[in-house]
Design a protein around this ligand. Structure first.
Ligand SMILES: [Mn+2]
Length: 327
């Protein structure tokens, strides 16, 4: 349901709270960080003390740029400092943005320490959704930044053009340049942010990618296969390491080709881990396939992680499932 219909839940949660901790998913991207920052500004206008928890050691390029440019403007803390900033157990609130899965949050410590929790997210819920939290979920929203922008628009909250740019960059990222998961609401809110001074040029700067990473991604695109004519598949070499978000980007790109309804990309993501990223235009059921592989997601996005195995073994498993789907 849309965040506007559920704003009562949001109001109630923040009314009760003295101190609010905000966190996104692990491996922050522009939507997770952008929505935390947008919410931080809203809370500041409401005279609430809030902190953004960031534990990631390695930061994505755009995230790094924003954190550098905002250095000193926003209170960012580590998990280990939570106790220093808590007011009282009863009056702390943890807001989880752009994820609802226990395994994916920035800080598990925050989950166990702070009892009152509010999730604001555009992803599907599952068995592994954080327990005991109030949930505001809108799977029709393109991004969590879109949800937060709705609030800013509704309450007519004054925000600086730089913050408007950050929110727009989250929307641009999650919609792959307004080509996926967009509704009229997405375009309206992008227009609204632009009116507030968001700069498309600056968004482009935040989304700029490292040229070497791009070259690695192109290698993945050079070995595409199609399965049943509408599923695109590619994989990395056994020895080449990719970041999860790069596999996701390649999976996004594969959806741009004629007749392709779904895409699967496999690559090594760690010393002992293989990652699988999947995308669908919405009509192809990637979720049931991912669940069979021990992963998860929703109708559009999904991922799975494998340990102590090889790319070719994961490929074999995936293809066996895909073959059956096609029957
Ligand atoms: Mn998102």
């Amino acid at each position: 349901m849309s965040i506007m219909k559920e704003k009562g839940k949001w109001n109630k949660a923040i009314k009760k709270a003295d101190t609010i901790f905000l966190m996104g998913h692990k491996d922050l991207d522009l939507d997770a960080l952008g929505s935390c920052i947008g919410m931080y500004i809203i809370l500041k206008r409401r005279k609430k003390k809030s902190y953004i928890i960031i534990d990631d050691r390695e930061l994505e390029l755009g995230v790094k740029k924003i954190l550098k440019e905002l250095d000193g403007c926003i209170d960012i803390i580590n998990s280990q400092d939570i106790d220093i900033y808590r007011s009282s157990k009863k009056k702390d609130l943890l807001m989880i943005l752009d994820t609802n899965k226990e395994e994916l949050v920035q800080s598990k410590e925050a989950l166990s320490k702070i009892k009152d929790k509010l999730i604001i997210d555009h992803h599907n819920l599952g068995n592994d959704t954080v327990k005991g939290a109030t949930i505001i979920q809108d799977i029709k929203a393109s991004s969590t930044c879109e949800m937060i922008t709705s609030l800013i628009d509704y309450y007519d909250i004054e925000i600086d053009s730089y913050y408007a740019t950050i929110l727009l960059s989250g929307i641009v990222l999650d919609t792959n340049n307004f080509t996926l998961n967009t509704t009229s609401e997405t375009f309206y809110l992008a227009y609204y942010l632009t009116k507030l001074g968001a700069s498309a040029k600056k968004v482009q700067y935040l989304l700029k990618q490292d040229i070497e990473e791009y070259a690695e991604q192109q290698k993945l695109l050079s070995s595409i296969e199609t399965i049943h004519g509408n599923v695109a598949f590619t994989k990395g070499k056994e020895e080449t390491l990719y970041r999860k978000q790069d596999l996701a980007r390649v999976a996004d790109t594969l959806l741009f080709f004629n007749n392709i309804e779904a895409s699967f990309v496999i690559g090594k993501t760690g010393e002992d881990t293989i990652g699988l990223s999947a995308r669908s235009l919405g009509s192809y059921d990637i979720m049931s396939i991912l669940e069979k592989l021990g992963g998860g997601g929703d109708n559009y996005n999904g991922a799975a992680k494998f340990e102590r195995t090889t790319i070719s073994q994961v490929e074999k498993k995936l293809k066996t499932i895909l073959e059956k789907e096609g029957e």
